[in-house]
Write a protein that binds this ligand. Structure first.
Ligand SMILES: [Zn+2]
Length: 268
């Protein structure tokens, strides 16, 4: 019997304008296992079906200078159960100023995607951007690992973030997909010791139950965030997978909501 907490927070979701949703879903080199259609209504349905109360929506601006279009859509449409993050393209000329602007509007976090945004974490030109993120006191979520089924030169794993943590606060940084699809034991050890959060989106397709139990035994429980990557993955299926692997109720509560509440609302 699985325990579904009414306060469950999904820290990794996406949705798109209805006219673009189908194209967005097909535009990623990955299977679609979720039952959401890529729209806000689809996400809200999937949340209801899984008993998820809050979801962090992560837009990604794929081209420099297109932040307004991408962010305004999420900011103008999000419902009560959605916590909108924003996106800034690291190669946009005014990227640090945009971070300050959106943070001043009260947004709680920003999403970066090295593969889709075609940037290198250690690019010295990006130091002002990382400083702006740190100074704004917001959370930064980074896509980690390959972007879909095929590895690329821009795939990043936890050790790639260590130099960045001279600037960014690890305790306000989330490494998505448990540090990246195909994470090795060596990278897992780096993730365990670096102080950053990891979201567990893609866990059900990334790990066998046995491997996932090992991953959970290595990573600190106070740094894990439940996530699904809806609409690419089914929220309910990932929730079942995570809940089945965590026997201790207190740990499950931390993963499903308490850690996210601390990060999003400063709750203890
Ligand atoms: Zn995602």
């Amino acid at each position: 019997m699985l325990i579904f907490c009414v306060m469950t927070i999904d820290f990794h979701t996406h949705y798109y304008p209805p006219c673009l949703a189908r194209r967005a879903l097909r535009g990623v080199d990955d299977v679609v296992e979720g039952d959401a259609d890529g729209t806000l209504a689809g996400l809200e349905n999937a949340m209801r079906g899984a008993g998820v109360k809050l979801a962090v929506a992560l837009p990604v601006c794929g081209r420099p200078g297109h932040e307004r279009t991408v962010n305004d859509f999420v900011l103008n449409t999000h419902g009560n159960g959605i916590i909108p993050f924003f996106s800034v393209h690291p190669h946009s000329e005014n990227a640090p100023a945009l971070v300050r602007e959106y943070a001043d509007k009260g947004l709680k976090g920003v999403k970066f995607h090295p593969n889709m945004q075609n940037f290198v974490l250690g690019d010295p030109c990006l130091v002002p951007l990382w400083r702006a993120v740190r100074d704004a006191g917001i959370t930064a979520v980074f896509h980690c690992g390959r972007p879909g089924r095929t590895p690329t030169d821009l795939d990043v794993y936890p050790s790639d973030f260590l130099p960045l943590f001279d600037i960014l606060c690890p305790e306000r940084t989330v490494l998505a997909h448990t540090g990246g699809y195909g994470i090795t034991d060596k990278e897992l050890a780096v993730l365990a010791g670096c102080g950053a959060y990891a979201d567990l989106s893609l866990a059900s397709s990334q790990f066998t139950p046995e491997r996932f139990c090992h991953v959970l035994s290595v990573l600190p429980a106070d740094r894990l965030l439940f996530g699904s990557d809806s609409p690419w993955r089914d929220i309910r299926a990932n929730l079942d997978f995570v809940s089945s692997a965590v026997r201790d109720k207190r740990t499950l509560d931390m993963i499903l909501h308490a850690n996210a509440e601390k990060l999003l609302f400063g709750a203890e």
